[in-house]
Design a protein around this ligand. Structure first.
Ligand code: SAM
Length: 176
């Protein structure tokens, strides 16, 4: 089984003090093999942080500013399955077998409040437990479960730095 084609969208505008959350959403999406992340608002600092990570650790993961409805429309045009992650949805464990049959996805997460339309336009509304927690945790678990952990093996090309996994200590290969 190869890696699925995944894109991530965060629905909702920036609100005070969520810079760290947005950064983590981008870095987790990148590390777990998503092709890009769409945000409704992007600060230049966030672009710079993700750009620096790409430069050092490889790949070309873009952060794209776009309204969620446009992203949904394009995803439908590309034949992607839109999975909205929400604590109100169907339990992931009841849907994951079905989702594993699909090849490409747009995974949608929210911020503090998600418009009702998102629930209607998504192909699936899926819950990672029916408890409130975090869009980043929900995203990571959904990606991991849908792909049965294949995303953990992703190799990033064009890196300057690469960690040589080691049981103790830090080993880093540096390309000159
Ligand atoms: C601060 S939470 C808001 C919780 C929200 N009431 C909801 O619909 O899940 C922000 C985002 O985290 C994600 N999230 C939180 N808990 C979740 C859960 N149990 N399952 C799936 N996604 C969740 C959703 O994408 C949500 O929009």
């Amino acid at each position: 089984m190869g890696l699925k084609s995944l894109k991530v969208v965060r629905v909702g505008h920036r609100y005070v003090r969520d810079y760290r959350t947005l950064t983590h959403l981008c870095l987790v999406s990148r590390a777990l093999g998503a092709e890009c992340v769409y945000l409704e608002e992007v600060e230049s600092g966030l672009m710079d942080t993700v750009g620096e990570v790409n430069k050092a650790w490889g790949g070309d993961f873009p952060v794209v500013q776009a309204p969620w409805k446009k992203v949904f429309r394009e995803a439908k045009g590309e034949g992607r399955t839109i999975v909205h992650l929400t604590m109100y949805g169907d339990p992931l464990q009841d849907r994951v077998e079905e989702l594993r049959e699909k090849g490409s996805f747009l995974l949608a997460v929210g911020g503090p409040k998600v418009p009702g339309e998102v629930y209607q336009l998504a192909d699936y509304n899926v819950a990672v437990t029916s408890q409130p927690h975090s869009e980043i945790a929900a995203l990571a678990i959904a990606i991991h479960d849908i792909q049965r952990g294949e995303e953990l093996k992703k190799v990033f090309s064009g890196y300057k730095l690469r960690i040589v996994p080691s049981a103790r200590g830090k080993q880093v290969e540096q390309k000159t």
